[in-house]
Design a binder for this molecule. Structure first.
Ligand code: BV8
Length: 228
C-alpha cells in the first residue's frame, strides 16, 4: 500500500559515502575529539577558539564533498510527495540541499549558519568564525558561535517534528547509530502513530529493535533501491 505521509530521519551515515566523517564509526569524529570539548556550551566557554577551529574545518570541508545517490533519491521522493514528506536531519552539512531537497529540517543546526549569542540574530555563514568576528547585526565582537545544537541544548523544530511523527504512516531512519536523543526516540513516536518503520543503515543501530523493517547496506545502494 502506497504511504500517504512520510517522515525521514537522516544521520551522518547518509553523507559518509560523500566523504563526510561520521561520529562513532572507526576513525570517526569522536575518536579524534572529546565531544565535551567541542560540542557542548561548557566546551565553547572554556576554549572558544578550539571550538571555532573544529567547526571552521568542517565548514571548509563542505567545498570538497558533494551529494551522493542517497541524497538525490530523497530529493526525488520529495518531488513526488511535496509537503507530505518531512525530511529531518541530524546532520549539519548542506548535502541534502545540494542534492535537491528543498524542505530540510536541521534539528541540530547547520554549519553554514552562525548565531550571535548577544542579539540572537542568525546569519548565513560561509567562511571562518573566531572570537574576533563581529556580529553583522549588533557589531559586538566575541558573541558569534556556530548555529549548531550542542549536547545539553534543545534541538530545533521539535514541535514541527513531533507533529509530523504523530501523523505519518511511513518512518524511514537512514544512516544514524541511534545513540543521540531525542532523535533516537523518533521511531517509537512514529510506531505509536501506527506508521511502518524502516531502518536503512550500514549495520544494525542501537535502536534496531524498535523498527518494523531492517535494511542494511551502504546508503547509496539501499536508499535509491527503497525509494525509487
Ligand atoms: C537534549 C552537534 C535536552 C553538531 C550533535 C546529559 C546532559 C544533557 C543531555 C544529555 C545527557 N545525557 C544524555 C543526554 C541527551 C543527549 C544525548 O543524547 N547524549 C547521548 C550521547 C547519550 N542529547 C542532547 O543533549 C540533545 N539535547 O537532550 O536537550 C534539553 C531539554 C530542555 C532544555 C534544554 C535541553 C542534543 C543532542 C545534539 C547534540 N549535537 N551534534 C555537530 O557537531 O554535528 S549530536 C552528534 O550525534 C551529531 O551531530 C549527530 O547529529 C548525532 C547523531 O550521530 P549519527 O548521525 O547517528 O552519527 P554516528 O556516527 O553516531 O552514526 C553513523 C551511522 O551511520 C552508523 O550507524 C553507521 O553504521 C552508519 N553508516 C556509516 N556509513 C554508512 C552508514 N549508513 C549507511 N551508509 C553508509 N555508507
Amino acid at each position: 500500500m502506497r504511504p500517504e505521509r512520510i517522515v525521514i530521519l537522516t544521520g551522518a551515515g547518509i553523507s559518509a559515502e560523500s566523504g563526510v566523517d561520521t561520529f562513532r564509526d572507526k576513525d570517526g569524529i569522536w575518536s579524534k575529539y572529546d565531544y565535551r570539548d567541542v560540542a557542548t556550551p561548557e566546551g565553547f566557554d572554556a576554549d572558544p577558539e578550539l571550538v571555532h577551529d573544529f567547526y571552521n574545518a568542517r565548514r571548509a570541508g563542505l567545498a570538497k564533498v558533494k551529494p551522493n545517490a542517497a541524497h538525490k533519491a530523497l530529493a526525488r521522493l520529495e518531488e513526488a510527495y511535496g509537503k507530505r514528506l518531512v525530511l529531518v536531519t541530524q546532520n549539519i552539512d548542506d548535502l541534502h540541499e545540494r542534492g535537491g531537497s528543498r524542505n530540510v529540517v536541521h534539528m541540530h543546526g547547520e554549519l553554514k549558519r552562525a548565531l550571535c549569542s548577544h542579539c540572537g540574530q542568525r546569519h548565513d555563514w560561509e567562511g571562518d568564525l573566531s572570537t574576533a568576528t563581529p556580529c553583522p547585526s549588533c557589531h559586538l565582537k566575541g558573541s558569534m558561535r556556530p548555529d549548531v545544537v550542542w549536547f545539553g541544548e534543545m534541538p530545533y523544530h521539535m514541535e514541527r517534528i513531533y507533529d509530523a511523527l504523530r501523523d505519518c504512516d511511513l518512518f524511514l531512519s537512514i544512516g544514524t547509530s541511534g545513540n543521540v536523543y531525542p532523535a533516537a526516540q523518533f521511531v517509537q513516536e512514529a510506531a505509536r502513530a501506527g506508521a511502518h518503520t524502516v531502518e536503512l543503515n550500514l549495520e544494525p543501530s542501537q535502536s534496531m529493535r524498535e523498527f518494523g523493517e531492517l535494511i542494511h547496506g551502504p546508503a547509496t545502494r539501499v536508499v535509491p533501491r527503497y525509494v525509487d
